[in-house]
Design a protein around this ligand. Structure first.
Ligand SMILES: C[S@@+](CC[C@H](N)C(=O)[O-])C[C@H]1O[C@@H](n2cnc3c(N)ncnc32)[C@H](O)[C@@H]1O
Length: 275
């Protein structure tokens, strides 16, 4: 698929600019074909004849449902349980043992369908026991895409989502619901709450700060200005001495940040932080 008409090319660029302004999403040249396919799908389902009509409709602030549909269509939600074990192992071996307090708060800041939040809940439960988790742990998963948040709340997954999950973990924390699908069990579900939230909209609406924030496989969708804003807003939402975990492949080196780099994908807020 390609954009042949000049008017469509200009409408496509208007929609890209709208997505960037609204949620920080940045589609580099090589990903534009993908975005185009997704937008054409929205045109089809919403009965717009072309991108020009869609771009015009997006300018109407009252069409909130359409705004959500375009954002949902434009976001890439690929995720699975126990993704990137290096960072998860660091969390289990070096961070969790230090969290010996009541009310431990963890945030999965681009939660997608919830696989990451539930993975964190399972790791913490394995390491510190269900009773500790029930009494002391809460995990918040947020995402800009409303559909994935609804999926996270339902907590039902296909086999492919758990193919990197050890068999004993599957046995302990998932229930087969038929049709080759699995549901996270109630005890783990009770540790996690999900909300729709745009990381680009600051100030963030949190009263209490987080001990650990997972912000994995999302920063590369933003341009540098938005990356910078988001990691600094996350910093302000984190306890002194708290942690930010990104992907091992994501570096913040090019950004001016207060986070201290501790290892690949591991950042810490200075314990002696002065506001
Ligand atoms: C590839 S998934 C990452 C899921 C999980 N963190 C992982 O590492 O497997 C990226 C998620 O970021 C979400 N996202 C993109 N832009 C966002 C924004 N501005 N605010 C909140 N979430 C956003 C997308 O909807 C998508 O679900």
């Amino acid at each position: 698929m390609a954009i042949y008409m000049t008017s469509d090319a200009s409408a496509f660029n208007r929609i890209r600019a709208w997505l960037n302004k609204r949620c920080g999403m940045h589609y580099p040249e090589k990903k534009q074909e993908l975005l185009l396919q997704r937008l054409m799908h929205v045109c089809e389902t919403q009965e717009f004849s072309n991108l020009f009509e869609l771009a015009n409709a997006l300018e109407n602030p009252d069409l909130r449902e359409l705004h959500s549909q375009v954002i949902d269509a434009a976001s890439t939600n690929h995720t699975y349980f126990f993704r990137e074990p290096q960072v998860l192992d660091y969390f289990r071996d070096f961070i969790l043992p230090t969290l010996n307090k009541e009310d431990v708060r963890i945030w999965s800041a681009a939660a997608s369908t919830g696989d990451e939040a539930y993975t964190i809940a399972m790791i913490a439960t394995e390491a510190k026991g269900m009773e500790w988790a029930r009494n002391n742990l809460s995990i918040l998963g947020t995402d800009i895409n409303k559909q994935v948040i609804a999926h996270a709340e339902l907590a039902i997954y296909r086999r492919t989502a758990i193919e990197h999950t050890a068999d004993d973990i599957v046995k302990r924390y998932f229930e087969s619901v038929g049709d080759g699908q699995y549901r996270v069990n109630k005890q783990i579900r009770n540790l996690c709450t999900f909300r729709n939230m745009n990381l680009k909209t600051a100030p963030y609406p949190f009263i209490r700060l987080f001990d650990v924030v997972f912000c994995r496989n999302v920063l590369y969708y933003f341009d540098e200005v938005h990356q910078q804003e988001i990691i600094e807003n996350i910093y302000d939402a984190t306890q002194d001495g708290g942690w930010l975990l990104t992907s091992v492949t994501t570096t913040l080196r090019h950004l001016k940040t207060r986070w201290i780099n501790v290892g690949a994908g591991i950042y810490r807020k200075d314990i002696n932080h002065v506001y």
